[in-house]
Design a protein around this ligand. Structure first.
Ligand code: TRP
Length: 330
């Protein structure tokens, strides 16, 4: 039986946080046994972040190595760089022509980013969701594992699928969001109301996958809690709740188990143990990551073979699309 297709991508635009790890990467390796998976380093998306050339280059290798360190297997999944498959941008251009400008300009992520950089808003930022839709549609992905913050982009993709199919006839698969098992949303250590983000300006808010033990310790010990002083799991103690979620995600103990385990103990004791849990949880990934990063030849072999497989699938789809819309076949 044919497995259903999964497509996901991470932008090489910053250091990945444990939020990216727990919410996405950690599940990718499980998904690859259940589905026909494609994991892309979406480097063309990162261009919209106004990134310096050397940073884009370094982060691209980093994300690829982190995919592999998190047990993505290039024999089971297709792993590649978006820019190595020109069909992404070809399809994006085609989809441009059926995308309502109004809908694009109302996207919440676009509005938030545009507000932040009001003096220099580029077309790439506005058109970002079309490229993301093209990524997904190009491979007829049925499932897209992304966090809640990408829900609107997925809805947007679904609208484009419906629109294209209704104008030109059944061509693309309708994608759905693949919710993560735990649904854990890791929040900033400094502001538990905001998501832990790789673009957070406050570096104490985020623990990065590649952080040293010393930094992890510093950030966790400084994490915002409350003055209640009792270990409990509820939304009124949001900072503590977030720390318990992190503990839970790394150990597979439930929040209740953790509350019981630390009954009558202070936040300090809990935080110290959390440091160990996080450091131990990240160590194997960091070790594997370092091995991959020190072997660029091996990385090249992997991304080349991934691009080859992705290009084959993508080119067949582009051919079908060009035919549907009336472009003359070469
Ligand atoms: N926009 C996604 C994010 O910021 C990254 C992304 C680009 C993506 N293309 C994709 C995710 C296709 C899933 C599928 O997280």
């Amino acid at each position: 039986m044919l497995k259903e297709r999964v497509f996901s991508g991470i932008q090489p635009s910053g250091n990945l946080t444990i939020g990216n790890y727990l919410g996405a990467l950690k599940n990718f390796s499980v998904q690859q046994d259940l589905y026909d998976c494609i994991y892309c380093v979406v480097d063309m998306h990162a261009l919209t972040a106004g990134i310096k050339a050397e940073d884009l280059n370094r982060y691209s290798y980093e994300i690829l190595s982190l995919y592999l360190a998190a047990d993505l297997d290039p024999e089971k999944s297709i792993i590649y760089f978006q820019s190595h498959v020109p069909a992404h941008t070809e399809l994006q251009w085609i989809l441009n022509s059926i995308t309502p400008l109004g809908q694009l300009s109302r996207m919440t992520q676009y509005k938030a980013k545009a507000e932040k950089h009001a003096d220099n808003i580029y077309a790439g930022l506005l058109n970002y969701p079309i490229l993301m839709a093209a990524d997904i549609m190009l491979f007829d992905a049925k499932y897209v594992p992304v966090g809640d913050d990408q829900r609107q982009h997925l809805e947007f993709t679904r609208d484009l699928v419906e629109k294209f199919n209704s104008i030109y006839g059944e061509t693309f698969v309708m994608p759905e969001m693949l919710a993560t098992k735990t649904g854990t949303r890791i929040m900033s250590l400094q502001n538990p109301a905001a998501k832990m983000s790789k673009s957070d300006e406050d570096i104490n808010g985020a623990i990065y996958i590649l952080d040293s033990e010393k930094d992890i310790k510093k950030k966790i010990m400084r994490a915002v809690t409350d003055s209640v002083g009792v270990i409990a799991y509820n939304k009124d103690q949001a900072g503590l709740k977030n720390l318990i979620d992190i503990y839970s995600s790394f150990t597979d103990l439930s929040p209740d188990d953790i509350v019981k385990k630390f009954d009558n103990q202070g936040y300090g004791t809990f935080k110290k143990e959390l440091v160990e849990v996080v450091v131990d949880g990240l160590r194997p990934i960091q070790n594997r990551y370092n091995e991959y990063m020190s072997n660029k030849d091996q990385l090249e072999e992997i991304y080349r073979s991934g691009a080859k497989k992705a290009r084959k699938l993508a080119n067949a789809k582009i051919k079908e699309v060009c035919d549907k819309i009336g472009l003359i076949e070469l």
